[in-house]
Design a protein around this ligand. Structure first.
Ligand code: DGL
Length: 293
């Protein structure tokens, strides 16, 4: 008799475009650094072979931005999206959204999954990002920019103390960036960046966390503004390796994943600017299906 193994995909979720940047990095991973169970975190390893898995991307563009919403709203939208991705046969979902990771991940892992989907997993991005920024306790003064909701939650501050009690983090909310990036107004976004970064630079930070998955789209501009001596910590650089490592350490999950190189892109609302940025990111036009939320 044929051995039946249930096949599952990997879901990648963000409120909009930001997660696409992470998705692209994952699809094209050739070998990069580290994941831990509760987050996408843990020891370093190569990000090889991630491209063969099947992925479903979901951007909740209809309800974007999440960064100006309450914890209750972010939990409501995020858990709805996760349910949708599980219904599309996803076995594992990466919350490629700092705001959702900050405001909804804990409740999803501690209450939602055990109750409704005990065999499935949802991984966030905050702890792996801090591990990377702190880099074995080598960097002690860290800056983070994020959405208003992420910064208000102080998630980066609270989690950094657990990793390295001697490190300090300075947090700045950059609420104008996400709407500008989604509208493809990158020049305007670059102008406002300077204002957000100024207070952090005054603290002599050693690393700057891009605490929103939209920001790597402006990585070059940010690097130019902060100079060579500050390490810009971009989630695109290390999340693929963290995912790869997680899958290695969790064969009970990875054995359920299918490998047909499939990619499905879903949004809850489509607009032209979104399509243009996506095309620029991937170098080709992506086919988006609109799901009715
Ligand atoms: N890209 C998301 C993040 O990483 C949130 C953007 C938003 O919807 O405000 O925080």
């Amino acid at each position: 008799m044929k051995n039946i193994i249930s096949e599952g995909k990997i879901g990648i979720f963000d409120s909009g475009l930001g997660g696409l940047v992470i998705a692209k990095a994952i699809f094209s991973a050739k070998g990069s650094p580290r994941i831990r169970e509760s987050e996408a975190g843990g020891p370093a390893s190569g990000g090889k072979n991630l491209s063969s898995y099947d992925y479903v991307y979901l951007g909740d563009t209809k309800w974007l931005p999440y960064g100006n919403k309450s914890a209750g709203q972010v939990y409501k939208y995020t858990s709805r999206a996760i349910k949708y991705l599980f219904d599309q046969d996803c076995q594992l979902v990466i919350l490629a959204c700092n705001t959702a990771s900050a405001l909804a991940l804990r409740k999803i892992q501690q209450e939602y999954l055990p109750k409704f989907y005990p065999g499935k997993r949802v991984l966030g991005v905050v702890i792996p990002t801090l591990e990377e920024a702190d880099k074995n306790h080598k960097r002690k003064i860290i800056g983070v920019i994020g959405t208003s909701a992420t910064i208000r939650s102080h998630i980066y501050k609270k989690e950094l103390i657990k990793i390295d009690a001697k490190a300090k983090i300075f947090e700045v909310a950059a609420p104008k960036l996400v709407p500008l990036i989604e509208r493809n107004s990158l020049q305007l976004a670059e102008k406002t960046l300077g204002l957000y970064l100024q207070p952090l630079l005054k603290h002599n930070i050693e690393a700057l966390i891009l605490g929103c998955t939209h920001y790597p789209i402006l990585e070059q501009q940010i690097k130019k503004l902060v100079g060579k001596n500050i390490k810009v910590v971009s989630q695109t650089d290390f999340l693929p390796g963290k995912l790869s490592n997680y899958l290695k350490r969790h064969p009970e999950i990875s054995k359920k994943l299918s490998k047909h190189h499939q990619r499905t892109f879903l949004v809850t609302k489509y607009n032209r600017e979104f399509g243009e940025v996506a095309k620029r990111l991937f170098g080709r036009k992506l086919k988006f299906e609109v799901v009715p939320f």
